[in-house]
Ligand binder design. Sequence first.
Ligand SMILES: [Zn+2]
Length: 295
Amino acid sequence: MQKINRVAIVGGTHGNEFTGAFLVKKFEYFPDLIKKFNFEILTILGNPKAFKAGRRYIDKDLNRRFLSENLQNTTLASYEDMRAKEIAEILGDNNQAAVDVIVDLHSTTANMGLSIILGNQHPFLLKLSAYLSAINPLVKVCHTIPEEGSNFLRSLSELGFVIEVGPVAQGVLNADLFQKTEQLIYTILDYLERYNHGDIPEINNPLTLYKFMSFVDYPRNENGEIQAMIHPDIQYQDYEPLNPGDPLFLTLDGRAIAYEGTSTVYPIFINEAAYYEKGIAMLFTAKQLLSISPA
Ligand SMILES: [Zn+2]
C-alpha cells in the first residue's frame, strides 16, 4: 500500500450528531491542532443545512445517498442527493487528489462507547482497529454491512470508516465524549503518520470483531405500530451477550418477549433513536476473534 497523502475528517453527516460536527468546527477554528502531520487533512461538515436546523437531515438521510448509481443519477435532486454529489466530488475516486482515508464521525443514543464501524475488512483497517482497541478498552470494532453497493459516505474510500460514540442524545454536546473522541482522532492520526514512516505500532492479537448478522425490528401490530419497547435488562447493554431465552422486549402491557434464537448474539445500536424510522430496534452481531498478521 502507498503512503497516505490525504485524510478527510467528516462530522455532522447527520446534522443532529453534535460530537462530530463540533469537532470539525474545532479543527476549523484551531487548524494548528491537525497541521503537524505528514499528510494533508481535510475537514468537512457533512450536512451544514441539517446541522443548522439541528436535524438529522432535511429531505433524506445523507448517509444513505452514496450509492454510485445514485451519485451518477442527475434526476436525484433533493438537498442530500446534491450534497452527496458535492462530497463525492471532493473525496471520491474521480478526483485526482482523492483522499486515502475517510474518518466519518457519528454519535448514537445507544451505549456504543467509542465504536469503530468498518464497511470492509481491509488488512490496514483491521490492524489499525486492533491497535486502537488494544490501547483503549472503550474502543469496540464492528463490521456492519457488506461494502458492495454501499450507500454510506465512508464507502467513498476503501479506507473509509465510521466512529460512533455514545450514549449521547441527539442535538446534545457531551464534553466527556467529545474529549474522548478528539483523543481517539489524534491517536488515529498518529498511527497514520507512523504508517507513513514505516513504523506502525505493535498490534493486539487477536482482534475482537463484532460482525453484523441481522437487523431486529420492534414487535409491531398490523398497522405497523410499535407494540413493545427495549426490555430494561438490555437497555445500554450493547456488546453484551444475549442468550436464547433472555428478555429482549417489554410489551406495553408489561410482558417480556424473549430472544428466541438458537445462538448467543451481541446486540449493538440498542434503542438508537434515529433507527425508529428505519424499523430497527438493534443489530445482532456475532463476536469473532480475528488473528491479525504482523506488520
Ligand atoms: Zn450518524
